[in-house]
Design a protein around this ligand. Structure first.
Ligand SMILES: Nc1ncnc2c1ncn2[C@@H]1O[C@H](COP(=O)(O)OP(=O)(O)OP(=O)(O)O)[C@@H](O)[C@H]1O
Ligand SMILES: [Mg+2]
Length: 461
């Protein structure tokens, strides 16, 4: 029966005859069979080996089958377990099903019945796996979407699309939390390498003495602790994309080695002799000023030029406050879904406050704040729900030339945002004394009140 793709089955039974018969039947159908004469031995095998299904007797000396079933499913709820019994009571069968056994068969075991059941088992395993893969995929997909429709983001999107079609190296720069990793993933996803691996290496997180073996792998015994042969990240990314994150934190000696691989297209594992050819698209990212680092001798200029074939810039959030509403809605929806909350929304006032903030931590900071508010507040998130430190920081922010507000739509939006920023800052400076604030702004008190109302400004807390 060639349509059955072979799998590994663990047979647990204290009767030697049953183990032998099952092994004969199953091996004849192309399965690999492991066997254990007791539940304890069976559990020990499962701790070491991955199997596709278990066939297990209910009555065994020592630990009984039902207890073992419980232990197995606690460890891996998706592993199909078929219980078998010679003197089955209905009660056992009910209990096994309640615990989550895949099926319950009575001895003597009919050959066809066993095979049909196991085939169903394996199919369920495959379905579960496929489902997991699909779920993971849709999770990454919803995570990778680069949100926003500010002109700078649209431009970035076009650049990503263009560069993705090539094999050119990409250097992504931008402040912390602006989405550099997201950009790197998009470059990969939109390229013809999308089905091959995307391997991320955080250059700042790898200890200096391990960077070489992490990136290029090592042969068995290459150094103390190198127990077996190991493939490095460059090899793992073969055919796909290697994302060198925080490249600015890589030591000069590691830079030299990476440069050599980029120049030659091949690498040698630590302790190895044969050069290995790899086909890898390198995308690097940093929040440092690499040109400056080159001038000051912290970064190799030759490597910089090799990496920076196509520069992409991930813009800070304060340059696109118009995208904040969309981002807030997205993160809010995400947090509520993940936590199984009812849908929540923010008020206009909150949105305006968020738009006036300067976001030193960029999108990551915005996401954190939205998450915190979603967890701590009721269905409608109001200004009172803004974190206290956030309120203080926004009010302290001095309205500069407001250049970043240019991303707002109409002239009126721009004027409103600028006025709001200035009035809020001045009110905070005057302890929310409206008369005094009006004085310093050169306005009548009643006029300021009217403006505050129309701009939705109110005293926090
Ligand atoms: N345009 C965007 N649309 C949707 N989510 C975004 C966007 N930009 C950033 N994010 C989200 O913000 C968070 C931070 O993004 P990411 O990790 O890519 O930033 P980074 O630039 O790599 O930061 P760091 O320099 O600190 O590593 C992530 O959760 C990411 O999904
Ligand atoms: Mg990052």
């Amino acid at each position: 029966m060639s349509e059955v793709s072979a799998g590994t089955i663990l047979v647990v039974d204290d009767e030697k005859n049953i183990r032998r018969t099952l092994a004969l039947v199953l091996e004849g159908e192309g399965f690999e069979v492991l066997d254990a004469a007791s539940a304890e031995d069976g559990l020990a095998i499962l701790a070491r080996r991955r199997v596709d299904a278990v066939v297990m007797d209910v009555c065994m000396p020592g630990m009984d089958g039902l207890s073992a079933l419980r232990a197995i499913l606690q460890d891996d709820a998706d592993l199909p377990v078929v219980m078998i019994s010679g003197h089955a009571s209905i009660q056992d069968a009910v209990e096994a099903t309640r615990l989550g056994a895949f099926d319950f068969l009575e001895k003597p075991l009919g050959r066809e019945r066993v095979l049909v059941t196991l085939r169903n088992c394996l199919q369920r395993g495959r379905d579960a796996e496929e489902l997991r893969a699909l779920r993971a995929q849709s999770r990454t997909r919803s995570r990778t979407g680069l949100l926003g429709d500010a002109p700078i983001i649209e431009k970035l999107r076009v650049q990503i699309d263009r560069v993705a079609r090539t094999k050119a190296r990409v250097l992504i720069t931008g402040e912390s939390g602006t989405g550099k990793e997201l950009v790197a993933r998009e470059v990969h996803e939109r390229s013809d390498r999308a089905r091959k691996p995307f391997i991320k290496v955080n250059c700042a997180a790898i200890p200096h003495d391990l960077i070489e073996s992490t990136l290029f792998g090592h042969e068995k015994g290459a150094f103390t602790g190198a127990a077996g042969r190991r493939r490095g990240h460059f090899e793992l990314a073969d055919g796909g994309t290697l994302f060198l994150d925080e490249i600015g934190d890589m030591s000069l000696s590691a830079q030299a080695k990476v440069l050599r691989v980029l120049q030659s297209g091949e690498l040698t594992r630590v302790g190895g002799e044969q050069p290995i050819e790899v086909d890898v698209r390198v995308v690097a990212a940093t929040n440092k000023d690499l040109e400056q680092d080159c001038r000051e001798g912290r970064f190799r200029e030759d490597l910089y030029f090799r990496l920076n074939v196509v520069p992409l810039v991930s813009p800070p959030l304060r340059q696109r406050p118009g995208d904040i509403a969309q981002l807030v809605e997205h993160f809010l929806e995400q947090v509520c879904r993940e936590n199984e909350f009812r849908p929540k929304a923010v008020t206009e006032g909150v949105l305006r406050r968020l738009q006036a903030h300067d976001w030193p931590g960029n999108v990551r900071e915005l996401r954190n704040i939205v998450e915190r508010m979603a967890i701590l507040s009721d269905d409608v998130i109001g200004e009172d729900d803004l974190p206290a430190d956030f309120v203080r920081r926004t009010s302290e922010a001095v309205a500069g030339p407001a250049g970043e507000l240019f991303e707002l739509g109409s002239l009126k939006d721009y004027r409103d945002a600028a006025e709001r920023q200035m009035i809020e800052a001045r009110l905070a400076a005057c302890d929310w004394n409206v008369s005094r604030t009006a004085d310093t702004l050169g306005l009548e008190r009643t006029n300021l009140h009217k403006k505050m109302r129309s701009l939705g400004i109110s005293k926090p807390g």
